[in-house]
Design a protein around this ligand. Structure first.
Ligand code: PHE
Length: 343
């Protein structure tokens, strides 16, 4: 019996120290089988218990059970320790380094032309104008005839057009919106509207694109004069380009306005002294305008002896080029991120 107890103590001490040193769960499992399994060392000793006297047997059995229990405790403590260590390691390894550069989300932004149109809209909204929109495919009447440009009028040649049928074409200007607006409002007034949109002409060079943008303006009321037109445009140009800008009206010709005028804004690069951008004139041409022709009012059903109006057509690309110092308008349509990213 003494020998047996000694063996048990030895196995207990040996098993404990080996369990403690284990670094992996699998090793611990193997050691458990080695000491406590069916063919394990502890079991082997207990098998010899048959040789003991009836008196000694329960004593040894009790001790063996205590040893088994204490070894199981060591194992479960160790298992817990290993699990915690594994979890800790996993957390360490999976830690996200927020100081690392991530994948950048490239955000786009408003196209410079759209921005100019938005700015123009804001300015006119602030002056009590409505905003209208109309189709890019127009009929001959709205694009020409209703604007005092009958079929064989020579001024039609100035706008070499894209015809779809004999009677339909891509609008060559936003002025058909004058005709549409009047048709929708007559006989009501005042009319105060701007209509931005795309227009199309058979032109293609550094300063002309077959597709470009205009903003049409139309005001109809009693007692409207050229002074109202000039005052309005001056205010708009100052808001668009800066308070130090001046405008200049030059006589011009449009079949749908009388008198007609070309409007220049003072050059912002040289301050009006003359430079390359303004061809040494100190002025930059920016829009066409005039007093609505009585024929146009009458055709729309307005009484031209009682009402007057002014109208204007702003070139959006023109304004963008002057505002941002761009000398080739084609860059607006190239979709080159290097260019668009500048804005
Ligand atoms: N529609 C003219 C053009 O495209 C501009 C304009 C508009 C002139 C309104 C007078 C009045 O050239």
């Amino acid at each position: 019996m003494e020998q047996m107890l000694e063996d048990l103590k030895r196995i207990e001490a040996e098993a404990k120290s080996r369990f403690e040193q284990v670094g992996k769960q699998e090793e611990l499992n193997e050691l458990r089988v080695k000491y406590l399994g069916k063919k394990g060392e502890l079991t082997a000793i207990l098998k010899g218990m048959g040789k003991l006297s009836g008196e000694d047997r329960p004593k040894v059995g009790q001790i063996a059970n205590e040893i088994r229990q204490s070894l199981e405790e060591v194992i479960s403590a160790k298992t817990k320790e290993l699990k915690e260590a594994a979890l800790k390691r996993q957390i360490e390894e999976e830690k996200i380094d927020i100081s690392l550069a991530g994948t950048k989300l490239e955000a786009g932004h408003i196209h410079p032309l759209t921005r100019i149109i938005d700015e123009i809209k804001e300015i006119f909204l602030g002056m009590g104008y409505e905003i209208g929109e109309g189709p890019e495919i127009e009929n001959d009447y709205n694009n020409f005839e209703g604007l005092n440009l009958p079929k064989d009028h020579p001024a039609r040649d100035m706008q070499d057009s894209f015809y779809i049928t004999e009677d339909t074409l891509l609008r060559t200007h936003t002025s058909p919106m004058q005709v549409r607006t009047m048709a929708a409002k007559v006989p009501e007034y005042p009319v105060k509207v701007i209509c931005p949109g795309r227009v199309f002409r058979r032109d293609d060079d550094a300063t002309h694109s077959p597709m470009f943008h205009q903003v049409e303006g139309l005001v109809i009321d009693e007692n409207i004069s050229m002074a109202d037109l000039k005052g309005t445009l001056l205010k708009v140009m100052k808001q668009l380009f800066g308070e130090d800008r001046e405008i200049r009206l030059r006589p011009s010709y449009f079949p749908f306005t009388e008198p007609s005028t070309e409007v220049d804004v003072s050059c912002g690069i040289c301050g009006g002294k003359g430079c390359r951008t303004c061809s040494d004139t100190g002025w930059l041409e920016i829009l066409g305008a005039g007093m609505v022709h009585p024929n146009v009012l009458e055709m729309a059903g307005y009484d031209s002896s009682k009402l007057q109006g002014f109208a204007f057509g702003l070139g959006v690309e023109r304004i963008a080029m002057l505002k941002y110092g761009i000398d080739d308008l084609r860059v607006f349509y190239d979709n080159d991120i290097r260019f668009l990213g500048e804005f």
